[in-house]
Ligand binder design. Structure first.
Ligand code: ADP
Ligand code: ZN
Ligand code: ZN
Length: 687
């Protein structure tokens, strides 16, 4: 007889550590699956999760090490959560322990049982609902489209296997109100709500609206800017069921929610839902899977859905809930495309930042005391500095990229490796004093606008301008308060803001994406411009006069015709047709094998060897392995990068191939001494 129990525990260990997915330990009694424990591993003690228990008495447990500590102050992780972790680990090709423990708050992996119990107690005490619940806010009357969407979401909550819902609402159609109403219904049923957003900091407005709408509920925000203690606190409140609404970025897709009743993914097309290191998961895709597991409705909201989602909506796998009208009869801005080729070019002079009619439109807004946004997706003063005498350019010594000239802090900064140095006063190569900026970023554009429009209150919004703590809130606050006339910025200005007084948006240089080697560049560009347009004329009183100006050298590109007509569907269908013809996602499934080494030849030979392994495998017949190529910026911080694309017509076949292939690559890796890293990216976003 053997009265001790064998437990299968997952610990945080990457797949190549040579450990199997679960390790066995012994314990005097059965512990439920999902229990958090601490176990010895080598000479360390690490956090673990009980995955399974067997009381199989026929095999002796004496050789097994005992569980060191059971964190029994916490309820175990739920079954659905474990199924999600197992799916994500398998799909994104990580070890179960690495994935499952990595998506827990880091603090949780460090504290012991009594510390955790204390933290939980403190969190619960501190988080009582707001002491004096504010009066319930007056609710706006839903538009017929909003009401239909809310009803459809509610109806799907009653169906066991309802299709995911695509809330396809034009900018300013009131999608947030739909989320809030659907959340209200889920809360009334006693359930928790998971509301995913691309970046919380960028849209503090949304958090404020949720807090205001549900004064008597516990709302927690979960994102990477929280301190470790805050992150643990919010996680614990969600896990024990105290938090009613979790508003979070991609990492929140894994938060434990015992009463989950609704999942919302706002701006589902946003690239920040894809994790770019470690387990490179798509939080949007996992949200859909999680809702399916837990049989709760999932709403993907966007004015410009990803083509993957659009395709699902077209094929009937997802259900589309359209909202084609802006709130209160506001119209979408008139889009005007300016052909840069028509500007007179006096003797090789560079064209001005803004074409005359665009400047004129800005002046008009100033006179009318309306606000404008000027969108240029390049930060800094100028992307390159060069010497007119010897041709020197501000190349980064560590990367295959230029260092960007930042005039305000007088630095040359590499946006890839972060290397920064003071701007040289003379050419470092020849000593010439006349070194000049080439091209233009947001800093220079703001400077030029200030010269052209004296008296205008001009502000800048980009990653540099909001670096300081609280700077972003201040900048957005000034804009909302009307203290800014013209806001110049990168794609940050195009994200979901509800600026009420903007009647003009100008996109200054949107052309680079038209000829990018990344097959998703066109989709991204179109979405970005439609979202930019969506910031103008959101107030019905001013909408009729609102405009968007686009300056381009390629005015006849189909993208601009669709933009003018605000016709997302037309351009999406065209792009889908191109993808179908080229055999690209969503009509094919991709994985990208990346390799990094100081010597590009090492990275390349690793990938070549991996391709040979693939060719020798029976599963290799199901996939197409392309030759290794360098990415757009091959060298970063003195590391050379290479990548190799794997494509399959069927997702399941790609998955089967990867599961068989990767273990062999872990073995093969040791033969490549100079290899720094390698990684697989399933459903990669940037190619
Ligand atoms: P979207 O996310 O679709 O761009 P928002 O949710 O930001 O749009 O809504 C745009 C504006 O309309 C917000 O200021 C919001 O408060 C307001 N709004 C939403 N629904 C209604 C409604 N039914 N009646 C009046 N105003 C509304
Ligand atoms: Zn020089
Ligand atoms: Zn660099």
């Amino acid at each position: 007889m053997n009265d001790r129990v064998r437990l299968q525990v997952v610990v945080e260990a990457p797949r190549h550590a040579g450990l199997s997915d679960t390790l066995e330990y012994q314990h005097p009694a059965i512990l439920p699956a999902g229990t958090l424990v601490r176990v010895p591993l080598g000479r360390r003690e690490v956090a673990g999760l009980v995955w399974r228990a067997t009381s199989d008495g026929t095999r002796p447990t004496t050789a097994l090490r005992p569980i060191a500590q059971v964190l029994d102050g916490l309820p175990p992780m739920g079954q659905a959560w474990m199924a999600l972790a197992e799916f994500a680990a398998g799909y994104y090709q990580r070890s179960l322990g690495e994935l499952a423990l990595n998506v827990l708050p880091p603090e949780m992996r460090r504290v012991n049982g009594s510390q955790l119990a204390q933290r939980l107690l403190r969190a619960r005490r501190a988080s009582g609902a707001q002491a004096e619940p504010a009066p319930a806010p007056a609710l706006p009357t839903l538009t017929p489209e909003q009401a239909a969407a809310v009803d459809a979401i509610e109806a799907s909550a009653a169906v066991a296997r309802a299709a995911p819902l695509l809330l396809h609402g034009v900018t300013g159609s009131g999608k947030t109100e739909v989320y809030l109403r659907a959340a209200e219904r889920a809360l009334a049923r006693g359930r928790q709500v998971l509301l995913l957003v691309p970046e919380i900091n960028l849209t503090p407005q949304l958090l404020a609206r949720v807090l205001q709408r549900f004064p008597a509920r516990r709302v927690v925000a979960m994102h990477s800017a929280l301190t470790p203690a805050q992150r643990l606190r919010t996680w614990l409140l969600a896990h024990v069921g105290d938090a009613d609404i979790v508003l979070g970025t991609r990492l929140a897709v894994f938060v434990s929610l015992p009463r989950l009743g609704l999942v919302v993914v706002d701006e589902e097309h946003d690239a920040s839902y894809k994790q770019q290191e470690g387990a490179r998961y798509s939080a949007r895709d996992l949200a859909v899977y999680r809702a399916h597991l837990e049989r709760v409705p999932v709403v993907l909201g966007s004015a410009t859905p990803s083509l993957e989602t659009w395709q699902h909506a077209g094929s009937g796998r997802y259900r589309r809930l359209p909202m084609a009208q802006r709130i209160a009869g506001a119209t979408l801005p008139r889009v005007r495309v300016f052909d840069m080729g028509t500007l007179p070019r006096a003797g090789g002079q560079v064209p001005p930042a803004l074409a005359p009619p665009v400047l004129q439109a800005l002046r008009q807004r100033l006179e009318r005391h309306e606000q404008s946004l000027v969108f240029l997706n390049r930060r800094g003063y100028a992307p390159v500095l060069h010497c007119l005498d010897c041709g020197w350019k501000s190349e980064c010594p560590h990367c295959s990229a230029w260092r960007v000239f930042h005039k305000l802090d007088r630095t040359l900064r590499c946006h890839h490796c972060g290397a920064s140095e003071r701007v040289p006063r003379a050419c470092p190569a020849c000593g010439n004093l006349d070194i000049q900026p080439i091209g233009r970023g947001t800093e220079r554009l703001a400077e030029q606008l200030a010269q052209e429009l004296p008296g205008a209150r001009i502000a800048r919004l980009d990653a540099d301008s909001v670096r300081g703590k609280g700077a972003l809130e201040v900048a957005l606050g000034a804009m909302h308060a009307g203290d800014v006339d013209i806001l110049v910025g990168t794609q940050m200005v195009t994200k979901g803001h509800d600026f009420r007084r903007v009647t003009l948006v100008a996109a200054v240089n949107p052309d680079s994406a038209l000829f990018s080697s990344d097959f998703r560049a066109g989709e991204r560009q179109f979405a970005q411009l439609m979202q930019a347009a969506g910031r103008a004329g959101r107030d019905a009183g001013q909408a009729a006069d609102s405009e968007m100006w686009v300056q381009t050298w390629h005015p006849r590109h189909a993208l601009f015709a669709a933009l003018r007509a605000h016709d997302y569907a037309a351009y999406a269908e065209q792009l889908l047709a191109e993808r179908r013809a080229a055999g690209l996602p969503p009509f094919a499934h991709l994985a990208l094998l990346r390799a990094e080494a100081r010597d590009a030849a090492v990275a390349q030979s690793f990938l070549r060897a991996a391709a040979e392994v693939a060719a020798a495998m029976p599963e290799g017949a199901d996939v197409m392995v392309y030759p290794p190529v360098p990415p757009a910026v091959p060298r970063v911080a003195n590391i050379e990068r290479m990548q190799m694309l794997i494509e399959s017509a069927a997702r399941a076949r790609l998955q089967r191939f990867l599961s068989a292939w990767l273990p062999q690559l872990h073995v093969q890796r040791s033969a490549f001494k100079g290899l720094a890293r390698w990684a697989i990216d399933v459903d990669p976003l940037g190619i």
